[in-house]
Design a protein around this ligand. Structure first.
Ligand SMILES: NC(=O)c1ccc[n+]([C@@H]2O[C@H](COP(=O)([O-])OP(=O)(O)OC[C@H]3O[C@@H](n4cnc5c(N)ncnc54)[C@H](OP(=O)(O)O)[C@@H]3O)[C@@H](O)[C@H]2O)c1
Length: 181
């Protein structure tokens, strides 16, 4: 299976979403997300973004698939309609195995971009090397959450605080500890 990173934005209660969408509007975080998930070391290669079916549906139709990246959607429903240029997989393992096969040469990095169901699975896997976590210092009364137990990971960086309107946030990076040994 191909190794991957997680990218997520959490509020102070580890909330990530509400009523099927994001409860905040943070252009600075959207720019960060786009940069991190699009930028490649090798200009010939592309990054992959893997997401659950509900997260796919939460992206406005005009903005999906996310441009400049290979989009992969997880659904147990083989008939869920997706554009031809979007990969589908019936499990996270199947997606990571497929990407780790012949396709690997054309792939730079793989990012799991949500939502809650997929983060829960991904965080438990040893292939999860790094977490890019935007930490927002407010409680948005979310109804979907990122696991708050980050055992196995250590924080390796923390940006200066940013502020948009009343919202203060910072970009943190966590790395798998056992991957460092
Ligand atoms: N703050 C952030 O960084 C962030 C990022 C992404 C999303 N979000 C938020 O998170 C919320 C959505 O999260 P969610 O947990 O409800 O949904 P989700 O994880 O995006 O998608 C769940 C769907 O994925 C499919 N799925 C789940 N596990 C699977 C597996 N093992 N194998 C194959 N398919 C699987 C199923 O689709 P089928 O039902 O079609 O089988 C399931 O209904 C939204 O509010 C969204 O805005 C926040």
């Amino acid at each position: 299976m191909i190794p991957f990173n997680i990218i997520v934005a959490v509020d102070e209660e580890f909330g990530i979403g509400k009523e099927g969408g994001l409860p905040w509007h943070l252009p600075g975080d959207m720019k960060f997300f786009k940069e991190i998930t699009t930028k490649t070391e090798d200009a010939q290669k592309k990054n992959v973004v893997i997401m659950g079916r509900k997260t796919w549906e939460s992206i406005p139709a005009r903005f999906r698939p996310l441009p400049g990246r290979i989009n992969c959607v997880l659904s147990r429903n083989k008939d869920f309609p997706l554009p031809d240029d979007v990969l589908r997989a019936e499990s996270l393992e199947a997606a990571l195995k497929a990407l780790g096969g012949e396709a690997r040469e054309s792939i730079d990095k793989v990012f799991i971009i949500g939502g809650a169901q997929i983060f829960l699975l991904a965080l438990r896997m040893l292939e999860c090397q790094k977490i890019y976590m935007t930490q927002i210092a407010l409680d948005f009364q979310c109804d979907s959450f990122f696991p708050s137990d980050l055992t196995g990971f250590e924080k390796i960086s923390e940006s200066p605080k940013a502020q948009e309107g009343k919202i203060v946030y910072m970009f943190c990076e966590y790395e798998r500890v056992d991957a460092l040994e």
